[in-house]
Structures are given as structure tokens and as C-alpha cells.
Design a protein around this ligand. Structure first.
Ligand SMILES: Nc1ncnc2c1ncn2[C@@H]1O[C@H](COP(=O)(O)OP(=O)(O)OP(=O)(O)O)[C@@H](O)[C@H]1O
Length: 228
């Protein structure tokens, strides 16, 4: 038997409970999952099923009530806050439904933010920002602010910003939630191509069946548990 690819990201026996006693909400009830480099995994489930919570645990934004998250051979759940912040900056990127762009910065300046945080040399920053914007088809819109771009274009800026620092993990929470179906489809085709090309391990949440069609693998989550 040959070993499969090393998972970039692994969650083991993850639980997350909010509150306690009679009012406790068991948002996750023991989830195991793994994502390989270059794989686009879609988490599908109804509102309230636990998708966002799982994404937050995988990205180290929240800590699980129990269980572990590993990124390569680093156990995120064992790190101090400072060490976790450093790993998040260097290796994990998020894309949100609401884009999360800074309104007063141009598209290029938004994409540059992660490179500034990582203290990348200014000349290299310019080259990488230009390449990231070109990869999402927005080279000609580099100087425009988010308010001067369409929703689909803004989400493409958010994707360029997410990938510019060459993370190992990309986590996207309902990235097409605010897009019409044409823009959503185009965005997903782009996302899938970029994931395969860059080798990032990607987890995308959705209720949208269009997204599932473009996944390498789909996991269904219901009431805090992965089905199947
Ligand atoms: N900070 C919190 N405090 C208390 N309960 C929470 C908190 N965050 C999430 N929950 C609860 O945990 C459960 C799972 O929520 P979660 O946001 O993960 O679902 P979701 O599948 O992402 O939903 P949606 O598709 O609507 O975003 C829900 O019952 C929610 O009310």
C-alpha cells in the first residue's frame, strides 16, 4: 500500500460548544477532516450547521473546545497566541462573503497589505501585487478603490489579497454569497484554477450547489457533524 499525499490541513475530533449548561450550543460535535495541497474541499450545509465555526477553528481564529488542528506537522491548537498569530499571517488566508477590503485603499494597496505585514521588500511587493492582480484578471483596475469596482471584481481583489503571500491554506466563508450566479460561476472557475495552480489547500463553505460542482471533494455538515 502506498501512502497518500501528506495532508496540508487536518482537523481531528473537533468540538466547539458555545455557552454552558441548559443554554449550551454544540456547534461542532466531533469533526475529522483533512485537505491535501492543491485540493478544493467544499463544506456544504444549512445555515447554523457549523460551517463557519469549523472554518474558524481550522484557521486558528477560534480555539476548539476539544480536538486538534494540524497544519503540516505544526499543531495549531498547541501554539501560544503569539505563535498562532505568526502562523496565521504566514501560512493561512481568509476570504469572506463581505470581501473585507479596506475602502480607502486602491485594489493594489489592498492586495499589498499581507506583504507589508510580512515585511516583504518594497520592490518585490510591487511585483507580487502586479502578478496577483493579473492572475485574477484585474491588472487594469489596480488603482481603483473597492467602491469603484463591481461585487465580482471586489471578490477577485479579495482572492488576490488572500493568495499574494503564498499561503498553505485558503479558507473562504460563503465567497459567492453576495454575487449573482454569473459572477459566482466565474469566481469559482477562477478559484478552482488558482487552487490547483498554487497548491494551496482550500476549504470553501456554501449553501450554493454551483460551488459543489467545482469542488474536488464535498463534505456535507449537519448539526455539527460531517455526514458520510
Ligand atoms: N459566538 C457564538 N456564540 C454562541 N453561539 C454561536 C456563536 N457562533 C456560532 N454559534 C452557534 O453555533 C451554531 C453554528 O453556527 P455557524 O455560524 O458555524 O453555522 P453556519 O453553518 O456557518 O451558518 P451560516 O450558513 O448561517 O453562516 C449555530 O447554532 C450558531 O447559532
Amino acid at each position: 500500500m502506498t501512502a497518500g499525499p501528506v495532508p496540508a490541513l487536518r482537523g481531528t475530533a473537533l468540538t466547539r460548544t458555545y455557552g454552558s449548561g441548559d443554554t449550551a450550543v454544540h456547534a461542532l460535535r466531533g469533526v475529522d477532516l483533512h485537505v491535501a495541497p492543491g485540493e478544493l474541499l467544499v463544506l456544504r450545509g444549512r445555515s447554523g450547521s457549523g460551517k463557519s465555526t469549523l472554518l474558524h477553528l481550522l484557521g486558528g481564529i477560534e480555539r476548539p473546545t476539544s480536538g486538534q488542528v494540524h497544519l503540516g506537522d505544526v499543531e495549531l491548537t498547541a501554539l501560544s497566541e503569539d505563535a498562532l498569530l505568526a502562523v496565521r499571517r504566514e501560512r493561512i488566508a481568509f476570504v469572506f462573503q463581505s470581501f473585507g477590503l479596506v475602502p480607502v485603499l486602491s485594489a493594489a494597496e489592498n492586495v499589498e497589505v499581507p506583504l507589508r505585514l510580512l515585511r516583504v521588500d518594497p520592490r518585490e511587493r510591487d511585483d507580487r501585487v502586479a502578478a496577483a492582480l493579473a492572475a485574477v484578471g484585474l491588472a487594469r483596475h489596480a488603482g481603483q478603490r473597492p467602491g469603484e469596482l463591481s461585487g465580482g471584481q471586489q471578490q477577485r481583489v479579495a482572492i488576490a489579497r488572500a493568495l499574494v503571500a503564498r499561503p498553505q491554506v485558503l479558507l473562504a466563508d460563503e465567497p459567492t454569497g453576495q454575487l449573482d450566479s454569473e459572477n459566482a460561476t466565474a469566481m469559482l472557475d477562477l478559484l478552482q484554477a488558482l487552487v490547483h495552480e498554487s497548491g494551496v489547500a482550500a476549504v470553501v463553505t456554501t449553501h450554493d450547489p454551483l460551488i459543489a460542482e467545482r469542488a474536488d471533494r464535498v463534505l456535507e455538515i449537519r448539526s455539527g457533524e460531517v455526514l458520510g
